[in-house]
Design a protein. Sequence first.
Length: 166
Amino acid sequence: MNGVDTAAALLRLVLGTVMLVHGLGHAFSGGKLAGTARWFDSIGLRPGKVHALAATVTETGAGILLLLGAATPLAASAVVATMAVALITSHRGNGFFIYNPGQGWEYVAVLAVAALALAALGPGRWSVDHVLGIHPAAGTALAITTGTGIGCAALLLATAWRPRHA
């Protein structure tokens, strides 16, 4: 056991669990998928049904991949993308702290940066990626995660975000 493998496993466990539970929550908690779709519509992500389903699949899938340590840079990029979209569409105007009215952006920023850190660190020895011999260099993994995550978020926002103006 070494510190890097332990840190990678802890990051994967926390991020994977958070994303998995959050993704499943879109479909099975509160207003379920229909409620999530209405909320997405209300913040300008249209059509809400498409984005509710996409967020559910993306977050759930990323969570599972992170827990397994499989396709780690791509799974981490899904976290970066979903958190970047959440920051822009829902949290940015509410200040830093999550306990602010409307919820600030600290939580989504921490998740995104943790995903970037995991990409740079790598999934560790206790992962599917390690078993399959997938070991991209830290800079390569970080570039994949950053570029894919920010690129996907920017594409989604450019094509589907239509907030109502006051």
